[in-house]
Design a protein around this ligand. Structure first.
Ligand code: UD1
Length: 418
């Protein structure tokens, strides 16, 4: 993996950033393309994770063709529904292919997914849903094989509103026989985007308090869809403005999707304004930390912004207690930020107390433990004097399209070295 070099100095960022299509919407939609005839996607981000999803499609006999700003996906070859371990190991979202490939091929083999190590991250809910719908699942070591001639609708309640398991339930149910009711489904906007995509292709999904899907017992048709903007990318650039006392105009960003984070920034002292499909943020140098932030499923504070908030709180005024409720071990950024002079006490793997230093950090050589940890380290580097190095930079490329170009346009000196 390559590394990033960031020359900080606490200089305020300023200018305009165009937010890309959302990684977390693109990945399930690319998987769901397996259920459709011909798919045309706009705003599909160029990320290493979307490239991995394209490799999986290729294995299954689908052509993933980037032309102009769009992507066309279509089945062109016989392909096979056995996804190599190496591809599954690259990202958690490889598991999202299980339901669509099962429906297409009647049998699918894949491997326990890899991805950011944020805790145990089992796939039990995904597999239980498919079993309930009539699939036979066998697990041998790390390989998972699912078989089903046909899936049937179910009424079920998820034990936790898992984003991925909700997406598996939707993709399995749209082409199953009969109606499904999913209670306690996740409410993230990326799931709305997946539903919008599938409904355009001929599915019948209704999103209320209960997720109701009328299965059509056949594959779906043609669809053209524009991927929603990436709320976590938007939030990360907002954090860049906040940490440097800068000013940014984010184009192609939906305020409502990132309002939980925006509200925290406003409490801290930033001015944040919504303007159609854009967000404006202006931050004074002095910001006051919230006393307590806990991550929770949407619409509450997103776990994918927790490391960035930790970096921000580390250099602002006051103490902030952060509680991570989604993942068991999303704390890899804490020792790395401390290497840069932050004062963060790890009370447990889920709880840390940030003592805001109200001063610049020291440049250091740090290592990204995962994607959002990498984002937090870039933010910390902006608030450090001199040049910081962030190793394992490949994690960051999984989720931030053109990060060097976008950061340079707002005044940051940054380089990715391979
Ligand atoms: C998705 C996002 C990720 C985000 C997360 C939570 C994508 C591609 N990724 O991940 O960026 O951080 O939502 O907002 O959209 N769990 C189980 N069993 C399962 C499934 C999940 O125990 O079968 C647990 C997980 O270990 C975790 C929690 O449920 O502790 C939430 O996971 P989930 O909502 O499924 O996250 P992902 O879909 O993996």
């Amino acid at each position: 993996m390559g590394y990033f070099k960031v020359w900080g100095g606490g200089l305020p960022v300023s200018g305009e950033v165009c937010i890309s299509g959302a990684k977390n919407a693109a990945l399930p939609i690319i998987a769901a393309a397996v259920l459709c005839k011909r798919v045309c996607l706009e705003n599909c981000p160029r990320l290493s994770d979307t490239a991995t999803a394209a490799e999986i499609l290729d294995t299954a006999g689908f052509c993933f063709d980037r032309c102009g700003g769009g992507v066309n996906i279509e089945k062109t070859d016989i392909g096979c529904a056995c996804i190599p371990q190496e591809m599954c190991g690259k990202m958690r979202s490889s598991v999202l292919f299980i339901a669509p490939l099962l429906r297409r091929f009647g049998c699918v083999t894949l491997f326990m997914p890899g991805g950011c190590r944020l805790g145990a991250r089992p796939v039990d809910m995904h597999l239980d849903l498919l079993r309930e719908m009539g699939a036979k699942i066998s697990i041998c070591g790390d390989s998972i094989t699912a078989r089903a001639d046909n899936l049937h609708g179910i009424k079920t309640r998820l034990p936790f509103p898992s984003v991925g398991a909700t997406e598996t339930a939707i993709m399995a149910a749209v082409c199953a026989e009969g109606e499904s009711e999913i209670h306690n489904a996740a409410k993230e906007p990326e799931i709305d985007d997946l539903c919008a995509f599938l409904n355009k292709a001929g599915a019948d999904i209704r999103r209320g308090e209960i997720l109701v899907i009328r299965g059509r017992n056949s594959l779906l048709g043609d669809v053209r869809h524009r991927i929603m903007p990436d709320r976590i990318e938007a939030g990360t650039y907002m954090a860049a403005a906040a940490i440097t006392g800068g000013e940014l105009f984010l184009k192609n960003a939906v305020y409502e999707h990132i309002s939980a984070f925006a509200e925290v920034l406003m409490q801290m002292g930033c001015a944040v304004r919504e303007n159609g499909d854009s967000i404006y943020i202006e931050a004074p140098e002095r910001l006051y930390n919230p006393e307590y932030i806990a991550t929770a499923p949407y619409p509450l504070f997103p776990t994918d912004m927790q490391p960035q908030l930790t970096a921000l709180a580390a250099v602002k005024c006051g103490d902030c207690l952060i509680k991570e409720n989604i993942f068991e071990t999303r704390c890899g950024h804490v020792p790395q930020l401390n290497k840069m002079g932050a004062k963060i006490e790890l009370l447990s793997r889920r709880e840390f107390l940030v003592h805001g230093t109200e001063s610049r950090l020291s440049p250091a050589v740090t290592e990204a433990a995962d994607l959002r940890c990498g984002a937090a380290l870039i933010l910390a580097a902006l608030a450090a004097d001199g040049c910081s190095v962030i190793k394992n930079g490949g994690y960051i490329l999984r989720g931030y399209e053109d990060i060097c170009k976008k950061m340079s346009l707002i005044g940051v000196k940054i380089k990715y070295c391979t």
